[in-house]
Ligand binder design. Structure first.
Ligand code: FAD
Length: 531
């Protein structure tokens, strides 16, 4: 790390921000505040800043460590264990889908790829009509998106796409398919392409360098390495939270919290898991219904260098196939590209031994396309279910025939796009499929290839749902403003609030909707304030 890069976290801590690393505590501790927020990702960070600004005393409790640009290491073998849940190796219970989620202060925003998209109108309309969500039209959300876009410096990427993204753009241009330049939350971006390892120059406007420092500056407290393990409740009130310090070995301190109001922002999967562990009411069996945008990958080899590790990881997307058949129709898929780093890609490509080595030999000429399948909009795409296990949690996520049919269509789309962009070979990431040398060959191979669980690579960096919003209790856990149906002093403010997947990358939807809900909550908790 260059010495001239200012690390806002170390500077703030020196200036007196209140931070406790729970792993260093030698005895049990008790904390009290107006509001306790569990988790510091897209939802927790946004809520913390707004509630602190409103004059409420706020404690942020984060299970992961406080890591900042001085700690970030651009080597994947160090970044993933430090910054990702389960060292980026999390999987669904049948091992069919690999899942990425962040685990340090800032949550997934510390490691995400900066694509920032407002909630699609199709999703909002579906939630209003089918999921009893009230008051979340695009008109109502507009000022909240504008507020968060201004706060997080979200604007259209001004520079040429890297060659990985350019292939998506060129393919779409050749085929006449819709494509859009992505908006990113960056300020002074160096275009290095290492967003997934934590931004080394603090250009990414993640929660780590924006809302969390702002909340700390205004007196909020941050307790890191403190994993919330239980939530006590009596009647319709939450009466306390318990966390355990995360220590490498030895005895961990126990931490207890009391607040007027509690907010769960531990992310989809962990927010429902906390509620399950605490045995909170779930009479209609809605808790833990989770969506992933299950994502397919297609590799291609160009005869020029692609260097997909370098430059903004995502700058072009195509929505040509997302909503083609209406929200409730055939499953749609969004086309994007991922960053191409060796460990990330080696673990998501197929083959072993010589064939895998051969693919990796062409690493610098490798271009990768992804198709993110929009799940949760029909009976045939019901998403997954979080459940508790003796050692923690599991996510069951059965992928059924409609998904595999869509996967086959998505592989064909991606191959067509890659050849149109000039690829010499295309490799659908599916077991037993060799390199395809032209679009006609690929079309036939894909139509007949053996597709399915553990044969097809499926991954996801978008975890949504699990504690859905809506007014109808038989379909939801919280109301449309994020308040629990069962506890008057509990809210959920994170990606778990979505009643389906979004059909778009989730971070800006979380920022915008949480900004609105946290502001409404601040007004409720402190009616005298003007926001
Ligand atoms: C590699 C990667 C790339 C991505 N790229 C993009 C992108 O380009 N654009 C986009 O829109 N989205 C992207 N996403 C997704 C986006 O970042 C997430 O959807 C969003 O951050 C989720 O916000 P959240 O508040 O729900 O949870 P998170 O941001 O995941 O935060 C949850 C926090 O809660 C903490 N926590 C969990 N359990 C506990 C507990 N028991 N006690 C205390 N703390 C706990 C976690 O450690 C974590 O810090 C990406 C995600 C990943 C992982």
């Amino acid at each position: 790390m260059a010495n001239n890069i200012i690390d806002p976290i170390t500077a703030g801590l020196k200036a007196g921000w209140q931070h406790i690393d729970a792993s260093t505590l030698e005895s049990d501790q008790h904390f009290e505040a107006d509001v306790v927020i569990v988790g510091t990702g897209a939802g927790g960070g946004t809520a913390a800043e707004i509630l602190t600004e409103a004059g409420l005393s706020v404690i942020m409790v984060e299970g992961g460590a406080l890591k900042s640009s001085s700690d970030f290491n651009m080597e994947e073998r160090r970044a993933y264990p430090d910054l990702y849940q389960q060292a980026a190796g999390m999987k669904t219970s049948d091992k069919g889908i690999g899942i990425f989620q962040g685990k340090s202060v800032g949550g997934s925003t510390t490691v995400n790829w900066t694509t920032s998209i407002r909630t699609p109108d199709n999703a909002l309309a579906f939630w209003a009509q089918e999921k009893s969500v009230k008051g979340l039209s695009s008109e109502i959300l507009l000022p909240w998106f504008e507020k968060m876009e201004a706060r997080l410096n979200i604007s259209e990427w001004q520079y040429p796409p890297n060659r990985n993204n350019a292939a998506l753009q060129e393919g779409c241009q050749k085929l006449g398919w819709e494509h859009t330049v992505i908006k990113r939350n960056v300020k002074g971006c160096w275009n290095t392409g290492y967003c997934g390892m934590g931004c080394p120059v603090n250009a990414k406007q993640s929660m780590l360098v924006t809302t969390i420092p702002s909340a700390l500056e205004q007196g909020a407290r941050l307790i890191s390495n403190a994993k919330v393990t239980d939530l006590q409740h009596k009647g319709d009130k939450v009466v306390g939270l318990t966390a355990t310090a995360q220590v490498a070995s030895g005895t961990a301190a126990s931490l207890t919290f009391k607040a007027k109001h509690y907010i769960l922002s531990a992310g989809a999967i962990h927010t429902p898991a906390i509620l399950m562990r605490a045995k909170t009411p779930d009479p209609h069996k809605q808790l833990g219904k989770t969506f992933l945008h299950p994502t397919l990958l297609s590799g291609s080899i160009f005869d020029k260098q692609i260097d997909g590790h370098s430059g903004a990881p995502q700058s072009i997307y195509s929505d040509e196939f997302v909503w083609k058949d209406g929200a409730a129709g055939e499953l749609g898929y969004k086309l994007e590209v991922p960053p191409i780093h060796p460990v990330l890609i080696a673990s998501k490509t197929i083959g072993y031994g010589r064939s895998h080595a051969d693919l990796m030999t062409h690493f610098n000429n490798l271009q990768v396309m992804i198709a993110l399948v929009r799940d949760g909009y029909s009976e045939q795409s019901r998403g997954g279910q979080v459940r508790l296990t003796d050692s923690g949690f599991a996510l069951d996520y059965p992928l059924e025939k409609p998904f595999w049919d869509t996967a086959r269509r998505a592989f064909a789309t991606m191959a067509e796009l890659q050849f149109a962009a000039g690829a010499k070979e295309v490799v659908p990431m599916n077991d037993g499929v060799a390199k395809q040398l032209n679009w006609l060959q690929a079309k036939e191979t894909i139509a007949n290839m053996d597709i399915g669980l553990l044969k097809t690579i499926v991954a996801s960096a978008h975890v949504m749902g699990g504690c859905a919003m809506g007014e109808d209790k038989t379909q939801s856990m919280i109301d449309s403003e994020g308040n629990s149906h069962y506890f008057e002093n509990l809210s959920v403010m994170d990606g778990s609030m979505f009643p389906t997947s979004l059909g778009a990358n989730p971070q800006l939807s979380i920022y915008g909707i949480v900004a609105r809900n946290a502001t409404l909550l601040a007004q409720r908790l402190k009616p005298s304030i003007k926001l």
